[in-house]
Design a protein around this ligand. Structure first.
Ligand SMILES: Cc1cc2nc3c(=O)[nH]c(=O)nc-3n(C[C@H](O)[C@H](O)[C@H](O)COP(=O)(O)OP(=O)(O)OC[C@H]3O[C@@H](n4cnc5c(N)ncnc54)[C@H](O)[C@@H]3O)c2cc1C
Length: 463
């Protein structure tokens, strides 16, 4: 008789949450975790759901912060990860930070004690055979090489592990359009474009030179020893380019050629920072060629020097680290199953979300989808207006209509942020339209209220 259990590979944030959701729904789970037999370069213990770096789950404010909304949804969904985090909270202002050992021990104990969960300490070094039936792979950014290779082969990717050169992403509504202007270089009209595909921020010579100096002086994040992968000249961090010469960036990503400032057509910019639309909604723009390993606070300080970005609100800051993730919009279906082999479902950071909370949230969704399938039903996807639905939509490219479009899209891992939610009209106060920061705060609050209401309705639907 076929195995009735659902198998999960990887007992990190996502795998642990998925296991809990499935077991709580009354279905047996076998969780295969290699730590105890084989370690990773970042984990230090054999506990499930170990936090490899910071002990923070970030903001717990469900009215003003998208990750706070995700916390609230996880709590509503009966998350083991959030329940354990709440039980082991340490003071951290409005953030949810935890005692990491207490947190991981609580997750481990809850799963060890659950009568429907079996934990097997072993490395899975290839794709499981069909005898396992439906399986969830949640092996994270440090997936062991044997399995990573097998995943690369079935997804047709040469390699899944590489330096993840990330450029910052900015909320569109925080860009000063009195200074920045829309134009593609040489007004070039690409497929689906209109010659105005980029936002351009101009700099004069003194501004450019001050910017280069700030990049050179800015505090950088040190590379971790285990991050031995080389980076390519094509994606050098901007501060490395700035070190190579004052003019290097002006001949690279900041070149001013083919651009005319529509606000001041007679003044030729000395250098230009370009931003490109990053999501179909047009709410997010990424800084082209601006991958960086400057410390986060330094990025904010230095990028606020760019004319037009003085008040930029960053949806994601830049970074450079080794990562393993799928080109999910191309290879996964809407419920996180591998198109090439639908009995394999993916969860956690390997799907292209970023962060502990996001990984747990994708684990929760994968668990619930697997439960639906085990009961012979279709997976019920959370609405895109919820934080989970918005994250799922980003990962699976749900808003892109064709496989071709999904293949072309450059997919980058992402934390949850309000730019992934469908826009909402800003409420008015006593008939008066809000402006600036007040408007942004009101819009976010309205998105959060809508998200939680829609999430609660979704939970009431059959899983
Ligand atoms: C160095 C580093 C620092 C980070 N810092 C932060 C941070 O400060 N804040 C933050 O929010 N996020 C951080 N992240 C991202 C964080 O790791 C993820 O967000 C989160 O842990 C991902 O959850 P996951 O369940 O997908 O993967 P993980 O939590 O990594 O869990 C994957 C599990 O799979 C196991 N596994 C791997 N391969 C196999 C195999 N073949 N067989 C069996 N088991 C296997 C691993 O041992 C691991 O337990 C960091 C990542 C790295 C690499």
């Amino acid at each position: 008789m076929a195995d009735q259990s659902i198998h999960i590979i990887g007992g990190g944030l996502a795998g642990s949450e998925a296991a809990w959701q499935i077991a709580q729904a009354g279905i047996p789970v076998v969780l295969h975790e290699m730590r105890g037999v084989r370690g990773t370069d970042a984990h230090k213990t054999t506990d499930l759901a170990e936090l490899v770096c910071s002990n923070s789950f970030r903001s717990d404010d469900a009215e003003a912060n998208a990750v706070g909304v995700l916390h609230a949804e996880l709590r509503l969904g009966g998350s083991l990860v959030l329940k354990s985090a709440d039980a082991h909270q340490v003071p951290a202002g409005s953030a949810l930070a935890v005692d990491r050992d207490g947190f991981a021990a609580a997750v481990t104990k809850a799963l060890e004690d659950h009568p429907l969960v079996t934990i097997v300490r072993e490395e899975i070094s290839g794709l499981p055979d069909e005898s396992w039936g439906n399986c969830i792979i949640a092996t994270g950014p440090l997936t062991a090489p044997g399995l990573a290779q097998a995943i690369a082969e079935i997804t047709g990717t040469e390699s899944l592990a590489f330096f993840d050169a990330i450029a910052p992403i900015v909320h569109f509504d925080s860009i000063d359009l009195d200074k920045a202007w829309f134009q593609s270089r040489y007004d070039k009209v690409g497929p689906g474009g209109n010659g105005k595909d980029y936002l351009n921020c101009p700099m004069d010579k003194p501004q450019y030179e001050a910017f280069i100096q700030a990049l050179r002086d800015g505090e950088k994040t040190e590379f971790r020893e285990w991050e031995g992968t080389p980076y390519f000249d094509g994606c050098l961090p901007i501060e490395v380019m700035a070190e190579r010469g004052v003019e290097t960036l002006r001949h690279g990503p900041m070149k001013p050629m083919g651009l005319t400032n529509s606000h001041q057509p007679d003044i030729k910019a000395y250098a230009v920072v370009q931003l490109r639309q990053d999501n179909a909604l047009g709410t997010l723009y990424n800084m082209v060629g601006f991958q960086t390993k400057l410390k986060y606070a330094e990025q904010v300080r230095i990028f606020h020097m760019i004319p037009g970005l003085e008040s930029a609100d960053f949806a994601r800051l830049g970074g450079l680290h080794r990562n393993t993730y799928l080109n999910s919009p191309q290879v996964l279906d809407s419920s996180l199953r591998l198109k090439a082999r639908p009995s394999l479902r993916f969860a956690g950071q390997i799907t292209g979300c970023e962060g502990y909370v996001e990984s747990a949230a994708v684990g929760m969704m994968a668990g619930r989808f697997a439960v639906a399938e085990a009961r012979g039903a279709e997976a019920n996807l959370p609405p895109v207006t919820t934080a989970m639905g918005a994250l799922l939509n980003h990962i699976t490219g749900g808003h892109l209509s064709t496989d071709e479009e999904q293949g072309k899209r450059s997919f980058q891992p992402m934390n949850i942020n309000f730019g992934l939610f469908p826009p909402i009209d800003a409420p008015t106060t006593e008939g008066k339209r809000l402006r600036g920061k007040e408007k942004t705060i009101a819009k976010r609050k309205a998105m959060a209220v809508r998200a939680l209401a829609d999430f609660q309705s979704w939970l009431k639907e059959p899983a």
